[in-house]
Design a protein around this ligand. Sequence first.
Ligand code: AMP
Ligand code: MG
Length: 743
Amino acid sequence: MTFDRVVIVDWSAASKPSPARESADAIWIAEADGGTAESTYLRTRAAAEDWLRARIAAARTRGERLLIGADFAFGYPAGFAAGLTGRAEALAVWEWLAAALSDGPDNRNDRIAVGARMNRAFPGLGPFWFNPTPQDMLDLPRMGRARHGYGPLAELRAVDARAPGAQSVWKLGGAGAVGSQVLTGLPVLWRLRAEGGVAAWPFEPCADAPVVLAEVFPSLLAREVAAQIPAGRGRHAWPVKDAVQVRLLALALARLAGDGALAPLLAPDVPAQTLREEGWILGVGNEAALRDAARAAGEAALPPRPDVTTRAPRGTGPQAARAASGPLTPPRLRDDCFAMPQGVDWVPVDDALARLRAGLTPVTGAVTLPTSEAAGRILAAAPTARRANPPMANAAVDGYGFAHAATGAGVQRLPLLEGRAAAGAPYGAAVPAGAALRILTGAPLPEGIDTVILEEDTATDAATVAFDGPIRRGANTRRAGEDVAAGAEVLPEGHRLRPPDLALLTALGVGEVAVRRKLRVAVLSTGDELRDTAAAAHEILDANRPMLRALIAGWGYAPVDLGAAPDDAQEIAARLDRGAREADVILTSGGASAGDEDHVSKLLRLRGTLSSWRIALKPGRPLALATWDGAPVFGLPGNPVAAMVCALIFARPALSVLAGAGWRDPVAMTVPAAFTKSKKPGRREYLRARLDAEGRAEVFASEGSGRISGLVWAEGLVELGDGGAEIAPGDPVRYIPYSAFGV
Ligand code: AMP
Ligand code: MG
């Protein structure tokens, strides 16, 4: 049994949303795809349910098999399911709980009351216990030892007894309790399962199910996880342990799946009725294989990356940074404005570009257009010359034509034939050797003429033409096909037609060309503050949309206007839906960070099929790259300067690939700097720049990314590499004129 992807969920029974800052004891989900895994932090169960639903849908769309592991018990000790529901099977409890529990979008829920209600289904008092409220509850004891008389229910499931550290499912709260996670987790799984294509292991046949749910227990990898976390770090330290353990477990299971070694884990040697009623933890009984895979995956997936800038969140100090050795990227301290979410590397610009380049392919089909209307369009096929250029040998100047063989050195006098050959008016007869004919530029050479003498080099009395010999044979003539032969391939597929291309194609008889359908690029602005027309002082006029639409049109694509959406997830989702329907690719601006109001990045993480990248670039943080219903989405930053730079650096070449024109790096030039700058290492920087009268690059006085006037002052960008640099006037720098970006 194999899987293409593994998702591991670390559940939380919290009664309010988890902190905005990535924290422990919240929902952490890791998704492993081959040798890499990404972890995602989710603040509510509702968000996690949506996230999982979206991953299931994405996997099914792609025809991939998905294994979802969740870290709470899928069943209760033998006898409980039958006592509660009359059916001795765990799935009956799932169904019961899904109907009984109410759990809001803000995590508020009635699990304690549900625990009490389940106790009432059994005689005596119990088995559930723990009461976090100040009031005593009739049916839910505060202490485990107060329970009595509820019958022969064991404290642990058979599998818990074999998993060191596993807790009893009866305890609903207190240190290390798991009971509430089961109560809040199973209803979610029940709903996901009910939507089809999802089988719950080990209760149902899983061999052919596209998606399989399985119980996991990250503590099975306690030692391997500890090896990934620097010693001496508290609960709030980076990296968050929850993130590390879901990631490692996902990687380990993905590795086993990839090696075809998952089958023994899915077939534990346990009585069938135990599996049916209590469930099982994937990997219990095969711990060694799981741990070996975790060690191997951990080493392979998390190489040290000393050249990549990383960032510690607030609260970690230089000691923590020093202690951070081992396979995880060590956090290094830097100034705070570039703080990044925990445990995530900054992707260098070139890596990001390389990944984009490798990952994208053309998405547009072909249409046929008259050549005259195809300027700016991208060739979908290489046209071939229908005729030669020139089609016939002709005169390159105004003068007199004759047969070279009848001429020699010294003064030549040739009798002049009546009539003439002109462009568009061929002579129509052969010219005898020794005679000359008046011939004008572009006129086809009549039979018998192979050489033309320039009018200014002759004297004539209308009957004779005289000139000084010798003259070179073929002088002042153009051979047929000397420019392009008939049948030649003149322009490659993917070429964007420029005005001279239209000239050549037309000359070659290519009256129609197959070009790519125009790439449709949707543009969406996001932000509660944005308006299209005169606004109150606290409102902001949407500057990005006109800029981005004009860039798109200037690049030869068709802009699709999605308007400006407020910071409202549903509204943004609706616009993205429209964008995915009506366009091939979507550019958004604003809301791409990881803050409270950054709904674009949140949505893309939740419902998109790629996670966002954090690119080491200034100005430009943040840039989110994802897909929405199959449409690539570039989540550009909100600041107009950063939006423009990211559009030029990332969107431009990527759109070019999607449009069928291939990757196009802008042509930069090296010029002396006219400025001084001390640049820190770790990220690529683009400065608004222009050339001064001496051809040196001067840069805009302020680097503030809100300064749209700087974009306008500039005529290009100076690109400073990822490393640190001390730039003094006269030092060579890379300058990329706007024109190289097609602006
Ligand atoms: P955000 O990325 O949403 O945090 O936005 C960053 C900054 O850019 C904020 O000051 C926004 O008001 C501003 N901003 C976002 N979108 C636009 C836009 N379309 N036009 C002008 N300013 C914007
Ligand atoms: Mg915003």
